[in-house]
Design a protein around this ligand. Sequence first.
Ligand code: COA
Length: 171
Amino acid sequence: MHRAGFRRREFVYETDAELAADIHEEARWLNYPPHPVAEPTERDEWLRYFREKGHRERFLARLKEAASSGDDGLFVWEQEAGGTPAAFLWLRVLRPDSEELPQGLVAEIGVAPAWRGRHLALNMVGFAYDWFRERGTKRAKVIVGAKNSSALRLFHRLALEIGRYEMEKLL
Ligand SMILES: CC(C)(COP(=O)(O)OP(=O)(O)OC[C@H]1O[C@@H](n2cnc3c(N)ncnc32)[C@H](O)[C@@H]1OP(=O)(O)O)[C@@H](O)C(=O)NCCC(=O)NCCS
């Protein structure tokens, strides 16, 4: 599947880390909504709180480490060579137990707001499947919050099935 106008390239920490961190923050906000009493529920305020707690910095540190270790798949999509990165993908192969088959985890997937709604993410997931298959992985998974409607629509469209529920109750 090729999406005209976008090309994929390897992630480069120096030029792409800020987009990756923005996508991580948005996915955190959408996938793990704040506690209505204990945390700020207004988005900008929550973002300040998130950053003050050092989450963005820690994400960037993990990303830098992953980029230098080369074990994970880190990619961006862009419209033209050297242009602003449009989308970010972080893939990991999990080996929970040596007896078990490795599992592919889509650890981060996101499209910058200006490029959304063009089904670029469909193309990115198709690429992720190939990347996982090449590494002997027979199962791909992603963790999505129940209210993250764009991501849910994307993964339902791709016929992913719900493997387990993580249930919660506010206290
Ligand atoms: C989830 C995400 C990756 C989808 O990327 P995408 O390439 O825009 O995906 P699609 O083009 O298939 O659009 C998904 C839906 O968004 C909606 N959409 C359309 N235009 C849009 C726009 N300009 N902005 C936002 N959403 C739009 C559409 O309703 C579309 O559904 P449809 O195909 O039924 O019309 C993207 O929304 C994103 O980066 N979200 C923030 C990070 C995140 O939550 N990642 C997932 C973590 S599990």
